[in-house]
Design a protein around this ligand. Structure first.
Ligand code: ZN
Length: 316
C-alpha cells in the first residue's frame, strides 16, 4: 500500500492508495500555514498514522509516501525550494517525513502529480509521453517521458509556467517578464480584465456580475461572461488562448508528446476553452508533414492529488 499526500494551500489531503490506483481511505485537514513547517509536518504525520490505524496497514506493508506540493521542488532530495502560497522556502519536507517513517519519500510539484494521476486513471492511460499543464492561480507543468516522470538534471524541471511566450504588462513572480503564467493562469485572466476596465473599457457586463466590486472578479466570472457573449471577457479569453497556444506549440516542438493535458481551475471551462485552443495551436504548428500530439482535458477531479502522489517514484 502507498500513501499519497496532497499538500495544498487550503487543505492537506492524505490517502492510502492500492495497486489499482484506488483510494481505500482518506482524510483531510485545513493547511495551517501560520504554524510553519513543523506544524504542517506534524499534521501530515498524524494524518498518515490515522490512516494506517484505520486501515490496519502495518508499517511493513507501507511501501512509500509521495507528497505533491504547489511550488518549486528539488525532487531528487524532496526539498521544497519555494512555495508561493505557503511561505515554506528551503524546507527539507521529504527528509522530515522520512526521519519519522523510514520509508522511501517522493516529493514533487502538484502539476506533475496531477499528470501522473491522469496516466494511472485518467486521460493519458497507456500514453507513453505526455505533458500536463495546469491553469490555476499559476501555471504548473508536469512531464512524463517514456512512462516516467521527467525530473531534469537537478530535479526541479517541468516549470512550464515560466517559459517566456511574449511581452506582458506586468512581471512574473519569478522576476522576469513574459512568462506563460502571466498570460494563461486564472490570475492573469483576472488581471487583464481589471486593467482593461480601469483603462475605461466600457462594453462589458463583467462588473455587473460582481455587483460593481472589481476585486470580486474571478476566473469563472470571466469565463461565464465570455460564454454569454461579453466583448471584454471574450477578448481576455482570446488573449489567454493565443499565448497558451504559443507555449503549447513550443512544447510540442521540443518534446513531441502524444498528448497535452489541460487541467486546473480554468480547465473547468471544458470545450469552451479546449476547442478554440486546439484551433489556435493548429494554426501555429511549425511543420505540416508530421503528426503532433493531441490536446485533451484532464479527467480526474479532486482525488488526482492523492493518487498521483502515491505513485511518485514508480514506473506506471
Ligand atoms: Zn516566471
Amino acid at each position: 500500500m502507498r500513501i499519497g499526500v496532497d499538500l495544498g494551500g487550503t487543505n492537506i489531503k492524505v490517502g492510502a492508495v492500492n495497486d489499482k490506483g484506488e483510494i481505500v481511505f482518506q482524510n483531510t485537514r485545513p493547511t495551517k500555514a501560520e504554524k510553519g513547517v513543523e506544524g504542517i509536518v506534524k499534521d501530515i504525520i498524524e494524518q498518515i498514522e490515522e490512516i494506517l490505524q484505520r486501515t490496519n496497514i502495518s508499517r511493513e506493508q507501507l511501501q512509500s509516501i509521495g507528497i505533491g506540493v504547489p511550488g518549486l521542488v528539488e525532487k531528487s532530495t524532496g526539498k521544497i525550494i519555494h512555495l508561493t502560497n505557503l511561505f515554506l522556502d528551503n524546507v527539507d519536507l521529504g527528509q522530515k517525513i522520512q526521519a519519522y517513517f523510514h520509508k522511501p519519500i517522493f516529493v514533487d510539484n502538484d502539476a506533475t502529480v496531477a499528470g501522473l494521476a491522469e496516466k494511472i486513471a485518467g486521460s493519458t492511460q497507456g500514453v507513453k509521453n505526455s505533458i500536463f499543464i495546469t491553469l490555476g492561480t499559476g501555471v504548473g507543468g508536469g512531464i512524463i517521458i517514456n512512462d516516467k516522470v521527467y525530473n531534469g538534471g537537478h530535479g526541479w524541471g517541468s516549470e512550464i509556467g515560466h517559459i517566456v511566450v511574449g511581452e506582458n504588462f506586468y512581471d512574473c513572480n519569478c522576476g522576469r517578464n513574459g512568462c506563460l503564467e502571466t498570460f494563461a493562469s486564472a490570475t492573469a485572466l483576472i488581471r487583464y480584465v481589471k486593467k482593461r476596465i480601469e483603462e475605461g473599457k466600457k462594453e462589458s457586463f463583467i462588473l455587473e456580475k460582481v455587483g460593481g466590486k472589481i476585486d470580486q472578479i474571478e476566473g469563472k466570472t470571466i469565463i461565464d461572461a465570455a460564454r454569454e457573449g461579453d466583448i471584454l471577457a471574450k477578448e481576455a479569453m482570446d488573449r489567454l488562448i493565443q499565448y497558451l497556444a504559443i507555449g503549447i506549440v513550443n512544447l510540442l516542438n521540443v518534446l513531441d508528446p502524444e498528448k497535452v493535458v489541460i487541467g486546473g481551475g480554468l480547465s473547468k471551462a471544458g470545450d469552451f476553452l479546449l476547442n478554440p485552443l486546439k484551433e489556435e495551436v493548429q494554426k501555429r504548428l511549425s511543420f505540416k508533414e508530421v503528426t503532433y500530439g493531441d490536446i485533451v482535458l484532464a479527467r480526474l477531479g479532486n482525488d488526482a492529488g492523492i493518487i498521483g502522489a502515491a505513485f511518485l517514484g514508480e514506473n506506471v
